[in-house]
Design a protein around this ligand. Structure first.
Ligand SMILES: NC(=O)C1=CN([C@@H]2O[C@H](COP(=O)(O)OP(=O)(O)OC[C@H]3O[C@@H](n4cnc5c(N)ncnc54)[C@H](OP(=O)(O)O)[C@@H]3O)[C@@H](O)[C@H]2O)C=CC1
Ligand SMILES: CC(=O)C(=O)O
Ligand SMILES: [Mg+2]
Length: 556
């Protein structure tokens, strides 16, 4: 029995900040210290210095997760006021470590595991979970994963819970969505990684993954139950599904359910925004029509980015077929070209005639492909660390005055190259972005410090989610993601571009999300797919509607 229920209620617990009057009223004297209350400001400063003093990223992760589960207002005050200091520990790369070490972590997580044996009862389980979250709040957004492709780390089964939890922390910290309205969900449908499944501490179901109709029916039960329990406007974000299911499920539900796939569509929007900003960097060809994109990785992220890029190109009056020919792909079997056997429908759309000098059947070396195709941009979504080798980067820099190099695979250990290698091997000319954070780089003899951008869908999904929630959009067309990309690109100012950084400051993410949400609301209105009249919502009004921790706390 806790000393007082309010102290174990993260939403209402104020810990050492309870004012005297409230301590009197709630009989909290003696239960919270010290005798004279601390201010939120004071506690934020303390939390940041505590965070900095912890020895490992995982220790910082545990500290922050304990904080959000004991004092939500304090956690989100810390996160919103020190975003770039907190983000790497609640999100990529540390969230990858948290999944890998999940059984050893001692933290409460607010998500719900929907295990296969619960089939037939998913609606009631969701009701229970929502009640636990906050009995008075509706659920506006679910991030759901079956955890088969956790970042670039593979199938981690039920241990992947930190992913939906982390994404939803960002919804509130960066998107101003009330945490009480967020529900992280893991679909526990088996795990194909034997070492994970057979770990004595593993708490998921101990079988290989269910597939076929059994899997599809379970997903269907979840989607139907979520709509029934939380209403049709509850947003469902699919996260870290393996390629074989990601696009298929998106196609199945995208018109009938308010949903999107973050790895396909969120990543597409952030990458296209990055390219739109990159063509404004001095020395990069400013005409998108003159660019050639070579994707390394033809999975959810790669195909998603290319599809949105084609949409952006066709706005410039380029026929779709021609726009596709600006996008080339390498997958695990080499360059995707016409005549290569057994290509998926998505890959076939980007299979072009084999360029002279390359053999269609060989697993082509990236260096040779770069030499033959002469791309202006390399986009890495392959999970293969270091595949952008010294030779590859040097060749890109020999072909292009300012080569665009995006190493988007996560976490850091899977990055196609580091920021310092991209800059070093291109003599500081690369326009570089990475999925995970890299520190600024100072090259010998160069006055300017180069600032690598973090090309991560965290720039997109919180704002898109907020816009969808506000407008009650009935569904989420790709054009909405393009509107978000346009907005994000427009927020990159020239001072960032001058140091090679193609995204705005991460610390401004709340404001960026307000702008993206506005673009999303406007787009929903234009298409007539809004379920709520948002015609009078400008960016200021959206800012006013965003969740702000500590709003109700008096300065003491
Ligand atoms: N920065 C960001 O915001 C985001 C980053 N990502 C990251 O992107 C990565 C990929 O994600 P996702 O697309 O969903 O994963 P998928 O599994 O869907 O795709 C991976 C792709 O990489 C290809 N591949 C594997 N090995 C090689 C190789 N040696 N050379 C070239 N290609 C190879 C695979 O080939 P094949 O098709 O033959 O199997 C496949 O096409 C992950 O690390 C993920 O964390 C994802 C989403 C957002
Ligand atoms: C960022 C992200 O969504 C991923 O790496 O999967
Ligand atoms: Mg993801």
């Amino acid at each position: 029995m806790p000393p007082h229920p309010i102290l174990s209620d993260p939403r209402n617990n104020r810990g050492r900040r309870f004012p005297i009057a409230q301590r009197d009223h709630l009989q909290l004297h003696g239960l919270v210290h010290p005798a004279s209350p601390l201010s939120l400001h004071h506690q934020v400063a303390f939390a940041i210095s505590r965070l900095r003093s912890l020895p490992t990223p995982l220790a910082k992760y545990e500290y922050l997760l304990r904080l959000v589960n004991s004092d939500e207002q304090l956690f989100f005050s810390v996160a919103q006021s020190h975003l770039s200091a907190v983000l790497p520990f609640i999100y990529t790369p540390t969230v990858g470590d948290a999944c890998l070490n999940f059984p050893t972590l001692d933290i409460p997580l607010r998500g719900v595991w929907l295990s296969l044996p619960l089939s037939g009862a998913i609606a009631s389980v969701l009701r229970n979970a929502a009640r636990k979250n906050n009995p008075d709040s509706p659920i506006d957004v679910i991030v759901v994963s079956d955890c088969q492709r956790i970042l670039g780390l593979g199938d981690l089964g039920a241990n992947g819970m930190p992913i939906p939890v982390g994404k939803l922390l960002l919804y509130s910290a960066c998107g101003g969505v009330d945490p009480a309205t967020c529900l992280p969900v893991v679909l526990d449908v088996g795990c194909n990684t034997q070492s994970v499944r057979e770990d004595p501490q593993y708490t998921g179901i101990r079988s290989t993954r269910v597939v076929g109709p059994k899997y599809d029916n379970f997903i269907d039960e979840f989607i139907t139950a979520a709509k029934e329990v939380f209403g049709p406007s509850c947003l469902i974000q699919f996260e870290d599904f393996a390629n074989a299911n990601a696009a298929r499920l998106l196609e199945k539900y995208r018109k009938s359910v308010c949903c999107f796939n973050d790895d396909i569509q969120g990543t597409a929007a952030v990458a296209v925004a990055g390219i739109m900003a990159a063509i404004r960097v001095p020395g990069v060809d400013p005409d998108l029509r003159n660019h050639k994109f070579l994707f390394i990785g033809a999975g959810s992220a790669g195909i998603g980015i290319a599809d949105l890029m084609v949409m952006a190109l066709t706005r410039l009056d380029i026929p779709e077929e021609q726009a596709r020919r600006q996008c080339w792909f390498i997958d695990s079997k080499g360059l995707i070209v016409q005549g290569r056997g057994s290509l998926s429908e998505a890959k076939t759309r980007y299979a072009h005639p084999c360029p002279p000098g390359l053999l269609p059947s060989s697993s082509s070396d990236l260096n040779d492909v770069v030499a033959a195709l002469r791309p202006t941009a390399l986009i890495g979504v392959s999970t293969i660390p270091g595949i952008f080798s010294q030779h590859v980067i040097q060749r890109m820099a020999a072909i292009n005055h300012r080569p665009i190099i995006f190493a988007l695979s996560n976490p850091t250990s899977k990055s196609e190259c580091s920021a310092s290698d991209a800059y070093k091997f291109s003599e500081g000319r690369a326009v570089f972005a990475a999925g995970s954070p890299f520190p600024p780089v100072q090259l010998p003899g160069m006055l300017k410090t180069l600032v690598p951008a973090q090309g991560n869908n965290s720039y997109i999904f919180p704002g898109v989610g907020l816009g969808v929630i506000l407008s009650k959009a009935r569904y989420i067309p790709d054009t909405m993601l393009l509107a978000a990309a346009d907005m994000l690109a427009s927020l990159v100012d020239n001072s960032k571009l001058s140091v090679g950084c193609v995204y705005p400051d991460l610390d401004g993410l709340l404001d960026i999300s307000a702008h993206i949400a506005h673009a999303v609301c406007q787009h929903a209105l234009q298409l007539g797919i809004n379920g709520r009249d948002v015609s009078s919502l400008d960016v200021d009004a959206i800012r006013g509607l965003m969740y702000k921790p500590g709003r109700d706390e008096l300065s003491v």
